[in-house]
Design a protein around this ligand. Structure first.
Ligand code: ADP
Ligand code: TYD
Length: 206
């Protein structure tokens, strides 16, 4: 059996990440892979309950960081781990890089503290590929304003998203072997062409 791979989608709210999830899942399914599509916070019944709290309930920033990692612990145990063990491909709409970006960059929690939690919750597992959808803040904001009602994060001010975006870019810089930076200010078709090439490459290796 060919082993599955773990792909994560990241980017600030409004970058266009959700737009491309189904496209990438379909590419892989057409190539004959079993695909599990999931999201964070969430992905399990308990994780989805925690998501409701994280997105809508005011709380201390450390509580927020602990809850996203609690949801992730459950996600790894119930869904991600078993799926990868079966040889499925797992695509997650956000993972630990989002905690470094939002709780670290946006909220200002020290990266070292988040690294402690990362080392506790998944000391050995990292995504095989992280697609970072990157856009200027004004583009993301304009897309969000046109698209939906904001949650607790989407109501944050521009400086929060500037810090979140910077933290994402720092992660990409620190882990170049698994990050792929996608210029998401381009038209959807151009982004899909790039995604097809990246996914063909990865699927060809496995
Ligand atoms: N490349 C793009 N060009 C123009 N609009 C886009 C593009 N990508 C996404 N959008 C639109 O922007 C909005 C936010 O996209 P979404 O995928 O929900 O972002 P995210 O999941 O990153 O928050 C949606 O209305 C979507 O249709
Ligand atoms: C996974 C994760 C998400 N988040 C935030 C980022 C997003 O604003 C929010 C999840 O929303 P998102 O995945 O963007 O879902 P939607 O497209 O429905 O808005 O949770 C964190 O703050 N830390 C985390 O570790």
């Amino acid at each position: 059996m060919k082993p599955g791979k773990f792909i994560t989608f990241e980017g600030i709210d409004g970058a266009g990440k959700s737009t491309h999830l189904a496209y990438v899942a379909d590419l892989l399914r057409s190539a004959g892979r079993q695909v599990v599509l999931t999201r964070e916070p969430g992905g399990t019944p308990l994780g989805e309950k925690l998501r409701e709290l994280i997105l809508h309930e005011p709380m201390h920033i450390e509580t927020e960081a602990l809850l996203v990692f609690a949801a992730r612990r459950e996600h790894l145990a119930q869904l991600i781990g078993p799926a990868l063990a079966r040889g499925d491909w797992v695509i997650s709409d956000r993972f630990t890089d989002a905690t470094f970006a939002y709780q670290g960059g946006g909220r200002g929690l020290p990266f070292e503290r988040l690294e402690m939690l990362e080392n506790w919750v998944h000391p050995h597992l990292q995504p095989d590929l992280t697609l970072l959808f990157d856009v200027p803040l004004e583009v993301a904001r304009a897309r969000l304003d046109a698209a939906r009602e904001p949650d607790r994060f989407e109501r944050e001010r521009a400086d929060f998203f500037a810090a979140t975006r910077a933290a994402y870019l720092r992660r990409a810089h620190d882990f170049p072997e698994r990050f792929r930076l996608i210029d998401s200010s381009r038209p959807i078709g151009a982004i899909q062409n790039e995604l097809r090439a990246v996914i063909d490459d990865l699927a060809g290796q496995a």
